[in-house]
Design a protein around this ligand. Structure first.
Ligand code: ATP
Ligand code: MG
Length: 255
C-alpha cells in the first residue's frame, strides 16, 4: 500500500485578538492510495481546519504534512453558478486552472454522460435536483484529475432520503474513478458505510481518539446494503460512545 498523505505531529493554533485557539493537536496519520477515509468528531473540534491544511489553505503551526498527488476539494454547499449551464459549471475548475484543453473538455462530457447528466449539459442548475447538483459539483472537482478528494460534509444540505442515495452514488463514483478520498461527516452511519477506515476525533483541539478499520461480512456491496451487515451496529455503537456527545444530544432532543 502506497502512502499518499502523511501527517507527522501536526498541530494548528489560530491567532486572534482574544488569544490563541488550539484547533488541532499532534496528529499522526497516514492515508493510503485508493483508500476511502472518513473523519468524525464533535462539532467545532477541528475537522475543517485539518482539511484546510491538507488543501494548502492553512499552514500547520508545527509538524509536517506530506502529500503525494493533486488535491480536489468539495465543500458542503455545491457552489454551482446559476447563470452557467451544467457543462459550463463542470468546466469551471479547469477554466480557473487554465486547463481547458479539448481532452479535458471531453473528459468532463464523458463524466457527465456516464453519471446520468448527459441530457442536462445545456440546462441550468436550478433545473436539477439536489442530488444531481451534487454530482455536477463532484464532476467539476474530478475534472482537474485530482488524486485525492477532500470532502467536507458534502451531503449535509440534502434531505435524509436524498442524502442516502447521493452518498451512495458519490461513493461509487469515487471508487470507480479510483480516487483516494478523505470525507468529513457528522453522520456515523454514512462514514461507516462509505469507508475503509473511520477516524474518530476528540473535542477541540482535535486529537485522534481511535481509528476503526471497517470490515463488513457483506462484502463488495453498495454503501446502502452495507448498513444491513450485522457488524454495522457494533461499529456504530463503538464510534457513538467514543464521540461522547450523549449529553449534548439528549439536551437538544428534549428541549
Ligand atoms: N479562522 C479562524 N480563526 C479563529 N478560529 C477559528 C478559525 N476557523 C475555525 N476556528 C475555530 O477553530 C475550531 C475548529 O474549527 P473547525 O471549523 O475546524 O471545526 P469543525 O470540526 O469543522 O466543526 P464543524 O463540525 O462545526 O464543522 C473552532 O473552535 C473554530 O471556532
Ligand atoms: Mg467543519
Amino acid at each position: 500500500m502506497r502512502t499518499i498523505v502523511s501527517l507527522e505531529d501536526v498541530s494548528l493554533h489560530y491567532h486572534s485578538k482574544n488569544g490563541e485557539t488550539p484547533a488541532v493537536s499532534h496528529l499522526n496519520l497516514e492515508v493510503f492510495q485508493g483508500e476511502f477515509l472518513s473523519i468524525v468528531g464533535p462539532s467545532g473540534c477541528g475537522k475543517s481546519s485539518l482539511l484546510s491544511m491538507l488543501s494548502g489553505l492553512l499552514k500547520p503551526s508545527s509538524g509536517t504534512i506530506s502529500i503525494d498527488g493533486e488535491i480536489g476539494y468539495m465543500l458542503q454547499k455545491d457552489h454551482l453558478l446559476e447563470w452557467r449551464t451544467v457543462k459550463e459549471n463542470a468546466l469551471l475548475g479547469l477554466e480557473i486552472k487554465g486547463m481547458l484543453t479539448p481532452e479535458n473538455t471531453s473528459y468532463v462530457e464523458h463524466l457527465l454522460e456516464q453519471y446520468g447528466l448527459g441530457a442536462f449539459m445545456e440546462q441550468y442548475p436550478s433545473q436539477l435536483s439536489g442530488g444531481m447538483r451534487q454530482r455536477v459539483a463532484l464532476i467539476r472537482t474530478l475534472a482537474i484529475h485530482p488524486d485525492i478528494l477532500l470532502l467536507d460534509e458534502p451531503f449535509s444540505a440534502l434531505d435524509y432520503q436524498t442524502r442516502l442515495t447521493v452518498s451512495d452514488e458519490i461513493g461509487s463514483i469515487i471508487r470507480k474513478e479510483k480516487k483516494t478520498a478523505i470525507l468529513v461527516s457528522h453522520d456515523i452511519s454514512e462514514a461507516i458505510s462509505l469507508s475503509d477506515r473511520v477516524v474518530v476525533f476528540s473535542a477541540r483541539p482535535a486529537t485522534i481518539k481511535n481509528i476503526h478499520t471497517i470490515e463488513l461480512s457483506i462484502g463488495e456491496h453498495s454503501p446502502m446494503q452495507t448498513r444491513e451487515a450485522p457488524e454495522f451496529r457494533e461499529y456504530f455503537n463503538r464510534i457513538w460512545k467514543e464521540l461522547d456527545i450523549h449529553v449534548e444530544s439528549e439536551k437538544t432532543t428534549t428541549s
